[in-house]
Design a protein around this ligand. Structure first.
Ligand SMILES: Cc1cc2nc3c(=O)[nH]c(=O)nc-3n(C[C@H](O)[C@H](O)[C@H](O)COP(=O)(O)OP(=O)(O)OC[C@H]3O[C@@H](n4cnc5c(N)ncnc54)[C@H](O)[C@@H]3O)c2cc1C
Length: 400
């Protein structure tokens, strides 16, 4: 093994979590190898950002180019059947964006490389071993050693699936069907691009997302929460719900579909082994939540930031092998993840849009609290609605 094969930190996965953790560690002078099985740019779903992600992007040195990324100003929840619609403004101190993930993920991986991360694309990790003394990795191309492994492999959840620590969350969304449209030039669509709002349309089997992207393009998807036989999970289901939506029918007049309808399953799960000796997970690899509140990339980069900051200190002190390295920080993760999870559960199981969002117009305090959660303000400790969510069940009811 020659010297160049040994790293301070090996990062598995080059999505938002992996690129965030690797950049922050490389900025501090650590020798970081990031391995991603994909070659960027590549398609990925997950396009709507939250405001509270912005301070992390600032730390990373990300500059938003408005030609590629559309400023997002709010989130509107619509119940077309019941004639209810509630909008929450979200851009304030921090400006979030709607992003096409191919260019966003490319920007993030290029930024990591610019900060000194050694990036290997089109390389897949096949085996890993985290011993008390070191980490070793075998990919389809080579072997590497390091002092620490960060698992940022997204919903592949490399270490979690290896450890058998992944548990499905059954009562949230089960699968999704989606596509992109271009030439979304109808007059009805213009306010959508001007506001940059994400729209969430409740339907009887789940919800539809409408995300405006730069260049008058639109991402549209259906998330299904009800049990539907696998044989019926086909594009015609998506087309039926699109056709039934007056808003989408009007907005998409004359638009062009960019690719065949795609599907994602393997929905919400928790991972009860988020960290161990010489490894920690961040992003979807630590747990994945139904995307109704667009929390995925935000949680990915916040968990990556937290793991990287703790690890930086430990690498300096030489105690990165300590088994309790992430013990305290993990409690913070639990608060954030559980808050969002309980919020999503309310969306499905208590008619959130009709029963709470519309009522919030009459209570400034409640509206402010809901906006806080929708913006990703999960750790300030002064959100009464979040407090109520977290205490609505015994802590033990939520698995890991
Ligand atoms: C239908 C749907 C809609 C969504 N909408 C939103 C949204 O609007 N807003 C939002 O914020 N989030 C959304 N999300 C969630 C978002 O996609 C994820 O939370 C986010 O991509 C997580 O980032 P990550 O870095 O953890 O994982 P990923 O972005 O998935 O990156 C993981 C990377 O690891 C690589 N990898 C995996 N295994 C290996 C291996 N063995 N070796 C090497 N590389 C490997 C993969 O190729 C990938 O590049 C949505 C998700 C779904 C399914």
């Amino acid at each position: 093994m020659n010297k160049t094969d040994t790293f301070d930190v090996i990062i598995a996965g080059g999505g938002p979590a992996g690129t965030t953790a690797s950049t922050l560690l490389a900025q501090q002078g650590h020798r970081v190898l990031l391995i991603d099985r994909d070659l960027h740019p590549r398609f990925h779903i997950g396009e709507s950002m939250l405001p509270m992600a912005e301070p992390v992007f600032e730390r990373l040195g990300i500059m938003w180019d408005k030609q590629h990324y559309l400023p997002k100003n709010g989130a509107e929840f619509i119940d077309e059947a019941g004639g209810v619609s509630v909008r929450f403004p979200l851009a304030g101190e921090h400006q979030p964006y709607q992003v096409e993930r191919a260019s966003f993920d490319l920007m993030m991986i290029n930024n990591a490389e610019k900060h000194g991360v050694i990036v290997h694309q089109q390389e897949t990790i096949k085996e890993f071993n985290c011993s008390p003394d070191e980490v070793s990795i075998r990919t389809d191309k080579a072997r590497y050693k390091g002092r620490y492994l960060i698992d940022a492999t997204g919903r592949s959840a490399m270490t979690g699936r290896h450890n058998g620590s992944i548990d499905r969350i059954e009562n949230l969304g089960k699968f999704s069907l989606y596509t992109h449209y271009s030439k979304v030039d109808s007059d009805t669509a213009t306010p959508l691009f001007n506001s940059g709002d994400v729209k969430i349309i409740s339907v009887d089997i789940g919800w539809l997302w409408v995300i405006p992207l730069a260049g008058r393009r639109l991402s549209v998807g259906l998330v299904v929460q009800k049990e539907i036989a696998p044989a019926d999970r086909d594009p015609s289901l998506f087309e039926r719900y699109m056709a039934n939506s007056p808003l989408l029918t009007a907005v998409l007049q004359g638009a062009q579909r960019d690719f065949d309808i795609r599907a994602e399953a393997d929905f919400s799960f928790t991972n009860s082994s988020r960290h161990g000796v010489r490894y920690a997970c961040c992003g979807d690899a630590s747990g994945f939540l139904d995307p109704v509140f667009s929390s995925g990339v935000f949680l990915a980069i916040k968990t990556a930031e937290a793991v990287a900051d703790r690890l930086h200190q430990a690498l300096i002190e030489g105690n990165e092998g300590a088994s309790d390295l992430h013990y305290q920080g993990d409690e913070e993760y639990r608060i954030g993840f559980d808050s969002m999870r309980l919020f999503v559960e309310r969306f499905y199981h208590s008619g959130l849009v009709r029963n709470l969002f519309s009522v919030s117009d009459r209570s400034e305090e409640l509206k402010k609290d809901i906006m806080g959660l929708l913006a990703g303000d999960l750790w300030s400790g002064n959100n009464a609605f979040q407090h109520k969510l977290l205490h609505s069940r015994q802590a033990g009811d939520l698995k890991q």
